[in-house]
Design a binder for this molecule. Structure first.
Ligand SMILES: [Zn+2]
Length: 269
């Protein structure tokens, strides 16, 4: 269990660190996937170790994230892969913690300078924010709320393949919440924009951090009210009403889309 309080002291060589090579997490080949690695070991095995970022306390020990670089990754000792490949191989809680590490690393890297005056920022507020002393601006890690909605009509599910998905699987509709909008309004707008339908009886079902790089997925169900499928071809490749016993390939159960679909199917039985 991770304590979100961020360590304020510098990382020592025995402290554990999640190392990222660009967008890829580096793990020890013989270790547990996604397990953090002592900083001293990274220092001796990688040519560059930088942007060491405090993440929290794991079992009362400080943990960090960092960027590593090497031209020659020792494939007998380490493996690297993107976070999405890890999500099905580790527990959800562990994935969320690594996702936090990646988001904090990206946030610190992208906010070293103030967006208002260009001055240098530094960690403030016990590490919760980066502050610019000259102009007083404080910047907190940015999350982008995104609604994801399963639309149903009696026993049928509306499932869609996004543009670029090659119809590998069909999922719920999703989109970012706009400034000035409630989540429920975002659900209604996204469904109207993407498939041209009105929905009602919108119900919240749960959320999931989605660190690609900073979304927070908010899961809803909604009932069809009016309209026929009329897709926005810039966003949606195909959308279909599906009977519960005749579904196309759908997202896996660790994703919130998979959970919304499974939850609806269970409610029918
Ligand atoms: Zn400033």
């Amino acid at each position: 269990m991770l304590n979100f309080t961020r360590p304020t002291s510098a990382a020592g060589s025995s402290d554990l660190v999640w190392p990222f090579q660009g967008r890829h997490l580096v793990s020890e080949l013989m270790g547990s996937p996604g397990a953090p690695i002592p900083l001293g070991q990274l220092m001796s095995d990688f040519s560059v170790v930088k942007d060491i970022t405090p993440v929290g306390f794991l079992d009362d020990k400080p943990v960090f994230a960092c960027l590593v670089e090497t031209t020659n990754l020792d494939v007998m000792k380490y493996t690297s892969g993107n976070l999405f490949g890890l999500i099905s191989r580790i527990a959800a809680e562990q994935f969320d913690v690594i996702g936090r590490a990646y988001q904090l690393l990206c946030w610190e890297k992208d906010h070293r300078h103030c967006g208002r005056c260009g001055g240098e920022t530094s960690l403030a507020d016990k590490g919760q924010s980066r502050a610019c002393e000259p102009c007083g601006l404080s910047v907190y890690p940015r999350l982008s709320p995104c609604v994801i909605v399963l639309v149903t009509r009696d026993e049928e599910l509306l499932l869609a393949a996004g543009v670029g998905s090659n119809r590998r699987f069909y999922s719920c509709l999703a989109g970012f919440v706009e400034p000035g909008e409630t989540c429920e309004q975002a659900v209604q707008r996204e469904v109207m924009e993407e498939v041209g339908m009105e929905v009602g009886e919108i119900e919240y079902h749960g959320s999931q951090p989605w660190p690609f790089p900073g979304q927070l997925m908010l899961g809803f169900t909604a009932k069809w009210r009016k309209g026929e499928i009329n897709i926005d071809p810039e966003e949606i490749d195909d959308a279909v009403w599906c009977a519960p016993d005749n579904l196309p390939p759908v997202p896996p159960p660790f994703s919130i889309a998979g959970q919304l679909i499974n939850g609806f199917l269970k409610s029918l039985s």
